[in-house]
Design a protein around this ligand. Structure first.
Ligand code: XMP
Length: 326
């Protein structure tokens, strides 16, 4: 029978056998899979592992701190953060098309990761242990979906930032290859990872970059980050996290509508709440949230985020709507 302690012990053995005294790197995204696979490898080989976290500026409020502080404190993983916020913003300047954004974000992610990796390679070469291994948080469903292939970095289609270039010559370490998501969460808990990371709902690799309909700018990101944080806080407080698969909060940056606040007329942006219930994200239904929770979120966002004067609820199932707006 399944027991997270046994799986950990077994994987630690396998990882040690694979890596030996070699050096290994890992890309953390803030998500569950990369967090747990990295923690397992650290459990096995300690500081032979270096984790790289790229802050692309498209993260939600508090996510960088969660990784840099809470995750590191609970695992002891040696972490390098790359602050690539400026790089991503300038690459995204003037771009509104969703697929174009995805391409740019994916490309810039690889550039940032490679720059960090080059420094590490130089450092590693100096002490005679080259970096030969790369951790990947591939789960069993990913293996099935991609036809079971292994060997080279094999990334989930167009989707995943955290997708690394094919020409990186690393041997992959994939300790989650036989596991399902709930098993990965159980292992994460057993390893003592922060609950905020272990229980995290799905969040797209391109992050808030595909939740601003229109061009991505620093100001718009700030607005969206604030509104998103309020929505998440209230949903959690209401005990609704278990009912919701995920709840994108989307800024309609090119839309303005007239409002009134105090004595003044406003001309602000609408924000969309997109709470969905789903089993696997292939299909979804909009979550029937209690009116009082919706009302609380709406009041708080319009009071606390000055540029938002309207909160709207997306009541479309998937299909025909997708979960994300872009
Ligand atoms: P859609 O919008 O296609 O989303 O209904 C289905 C699931 O995939 C996530 N998603 C992404 N994840 N990179 C990702 O890593 C992406 O570009 C991307 N686009 C959508 C979405 O959040 C949902 O869970």
């Amino acid at each position: 029978d399944w027991n997270s302690g046994n799986v950990i012990a077994e994987q630690v053995e396998r990882i040690r056998a694979q890596i030996g005294s070699g050096r290994v790197i890992s890309a953390l995204s803030g998500g569950v899979d990369s967090a747990v696979s990295t923690a397992l490898v650290h459990e096995a080989v300690g500081d032979q592992l270096t984790a790289i976290f790229v802050d692309h500026g498209l993260l939600r409020k508090g996510e960088r701190e969660q990784v840099e502080n809470d995750y590191v404190a609970s695992t002891g993983v040696r972490l390098i953060t790359i602050d690539a916020r400026e790089q991503f913003l300038s690459a995204l300047e003037g771009v509104s098309d969703p697929e174009q954004k995805r391409k740019i974000i994916g490309r810039e992610f690889i550039r940032a990761f490679e720059a960090a990796e080059r420094d590490l390679v130089a450092e590693a070469a100096a002490d005679g242990e080259p970096i030969r291994f790369l951790v990947q948080g591939t789960l069993y469903p990913d293996v099935v979906e991609s036809g079971g292939g292994t060997g080279t970095a094999n990334i989930k289609s167009h989707h995943n930032v955290g997708g690394l270039p094919e020409d990186l010559q690393f041997e992959l370490v994939e300790p989650l290859r036989t596991l399902f998501k709930d098993e990965v969460r159980a292992i994460g808990r057993e390893l003592g990872l922060p609950e905020a990371i272990v229980a995290r709902q799905p969040f797209p690799g391109p992050g808030l970059g595909i939740r601003i309909v229109g061009e991505v700018t620093a100001d718009r990101l700030e607005i969206l980050r604030d509104a998103d944080a309020i929505a998440r806080e209230e949903l959690t407080k209401a005990g609704l996290d278990g009912e919701i698969w995920q709840c994108p909060v989307v800024l309609l940056a090119d839309v303005r509508s007239v409002g009134v606040q105090g004595d003044g007329r406003t001309y602000g942006h609408p924000i969309v709440l997109r709470p969905v219930s789903s089993e696997d994200a292939m299909t979804a239904d909009w979550t029937r949230l209690p009116y009082d929770v919706l009302s609380k979120i709406s009041n708080r966002i319009t009071n606390e985020v000055r540029e938002i004067n309207r909160v709207v609820l997306d009541v479309t199932s998937k299909p025909p709507g997708t979960i994300e707006w872009e």
